[in-house]
Design a protein around this ligand. Structure first.
Ligand code: UT7
Length: 331
């Protein structure tokens, strides 16, 4: 058995209260249907944050849940790593707003920007910091207010995304502990950046009236191309996670894929030879919440007792960048 240095000791999620169903798009003048969205994506509804349900607000709700389950107080957190593509402000990082909100007075805090793969990148960083001896306890959050950056007039993207946050506490293992992070894998390809991106509004092209009028500060996506890469790279990420953990598909009790689209999820599971009965899907209720999707799902499966102590869980993600990543954990 591979020795591990760190394990997840608590999970939590934070979701806005408003449910926006596929039928609700008619009320904002979007020509679509529940049938089209369900058939192409498996999404039935998603949560949409109010003005006060910010990225930090959702992150704090998720963090408090994870801290309570881990029995960790704010003062015991050494580092907060917050993955987001939708920071509340461009400066400073949303992680420091979260640090202040929680009163985590001993914690370093920083954001990770790796889109939908970001939370897997973040737990990899947390594990590395624990392995180096720098820290003992990390709060790792994926929090996204996708509703703030999507183009609500573009039916090919606005139906796909939702808001939410998930969080975990990652802690140093005690000697002989069986639970832990068994393997991680991260990769990227920036040559493909323009297939899924926000063209303007950053430092290269700061916001202007024209940008706002042309809506080029909002998410643009070449859906079909992204789909092909998502299937290919999530499959690679699954293979790599299994190889480095020295495990076979049959050793995996549950696969939690990034929740973007049921067709991508099914293709990834098929490639990894994992039956759909061992794959968790909640994209129907939350849509694509980018880097929040895996930690939200992880909290749900533990709460529902689909997995528990001793279970082996594989997580795989793909997103803008492109970035892709995976991890296998034993609970
Ligand atoms: O987090 C990772 C990032 N994102 C993803 O993983 C998304 C990856 N891509 C996808 O999931 C799929 O490409 C989509 C679900 C986005 C689109 O499905 P598709 O089968 O690739 O459809 P399409 O974009 O090729 O569009 C097919 C048709 C078009 O009409 P025509 O040109 O064939 O007449 C679209 O105009 O569907 C139309 N369409 C819609 N119709 C009803 C596009 N969006 C909608 C809509 N409702 N919301």
């Amino acid at each position: 058995m591979i020795p591990t240095v760190a394990r997840i000791t608590g999970t939590g999620r934070g979701l806005p209260s408003r449910i926006f169903t596929n039928d609700d798009f008619a009320s904002i003048g979007i020509e679509t249907s529940d049938e089209w969205i369900m058939e192409r994506t498996g999404i039935h509804e998603r949560r949409i944050g109010s003005e006060t349900e910010t990225t930090c607000w959702m992150a704090a709700a998720a963090a408090r849940g994870a801290m309570a389950k881990a029995g960790v107080t704010a003062g015991e957190i050494d580092t907060i790593i917050l993955s987001t593509a939708t920071p509340d402000r461009l400066l400073p990082a949303t992680a420091v707003d979260l640090q202040a909100e929680l009163g985590a007075t001993r914690a370093a805090a920083f954001d990770v920007s790796a889109a939908c793969s970001g939370w897997l990148y973040a737990i990899t960083i947390a594990e590395g910091m624990i392995a180096s001896g720098a820290i003992d306890t990390a709060l790792v959050v994926g929090a996204e207010k996708m509703s703030a950056i999507i183009d609500w007039t573009d039916r090919s993207t606005c139906v796909l995304f939702g808001d939410g946050a998930g969080a975990v506490i990652v802690q140093r293992n005690k000697a002989g502990e069986k639970a832990g992070i068994l393997s991680t894998f991260m990769r990227s390809d920036g040559c493909l950046a323009n297939l899924l991106y926000r063209p303007d509004g950053g430092a290269a092209h700061p916001m202007t009236k024209e940008i706002v009028e042309n809506r080029t500060h909002l998410v643009k996506m070449a859906g079909r191309e992204v789909f092909k890469h998502a299937v290919r790279e999530m499959s690679e990420a699954a293979d790599r996670a299994l190889d480095s953990a020295k495990l076979r598909s049959a050793d995996i009790d549950l696969l939690i894929p990034h929740q973007a689209n049921t067709r991508i999820i099914e293709a990834t599971a098929k490639h990894a030879s994992i039956p759909m009965s061992k794959v968790y899907v909640n994209v129907d209720r939350f849509g694509n919440t980018s880097s929040a999707s895996i930690p939200i799902a992880l909290d749900e499966v533990i709460e529902k007792k689909i997995v528990g102590p001793g279970s082996t869980v594989m997580m795989v993600a793909f997103g803008a960048g492109f970035t892709w990543a995976s991890a296998i954990i034993r609970l």
